[in-house]
Write a protein that binds this ligand. Structure first.
Ligand SMILES: [Zn+2]
Length: 148
């Protein structure tokens, strides 16, 4: 069958090692700062998942079973891309968490809540994959904060 390209660009088929497995929220408002931060960390190749809420999928999955599906992705990709590091994000005003309005606009309160969520998410990933280094970050409108 003839391939008729609507867009042409070459992609390398070379194998890569992922510098990290990254889980961030779908929310496009934080896509730009996220990309810049990944570069700042010196990552070249990452494996990334973008479920609504980011690390929420581990800490407080909206459906029973979502957590296992998310953990299975790491299990599958770990040997393929030699993953040694997991980087988890949540962010301010996240719709999956009810937005900033859930905290009545109190950013300090929101940050405390997200810190606890990130801690819980990291514990769950570490428990399943003790061989992986796990780190957690919170994104707000001013930048990125390392948590725990
Ligand atoms: Zn979000």
């Amino acid at each position: 069958m003839q391939k008729e390209y609507v867009f042409k660009e070459d992609s390398s088929l070379a194998h890569y090692k992922a510098d990290a497995y990254v889980v961030r929220c779908t929310d496009n408002r934080f896509w730009s700062v996220f990309k810049h931060f990944i570069k700042y960390l010196g990552f070249e190749d990452i494996d990334a998942a973008s479920p609504p809420g980011g690390a929420k999928v581990f800490a407080s999955p909206s459906k029973a079973g979502d957590r296992e599906v998310a953990l299975d992705k790491i299990k599958l990709l770990m040997p393929v891309h030699h993953i040694r590091r997991v980087v988890l994000f949540t962010h301010t005003d996240c719709a999956a968490y009810g937005g900033l309005s859930r905290f009545n606009g109190d950013e300090e309160n929101e940050f405390e809540f997200h810190s606890a969520e990130l801690k819980k998410a990291a514990e769950i990933v570490r428990e399943r994959f003790p061989e992986l280094a796990v780190e957690t970050y919170f994104i707000d409108h001013k930048g990125i904060i390392k948590v725990n």
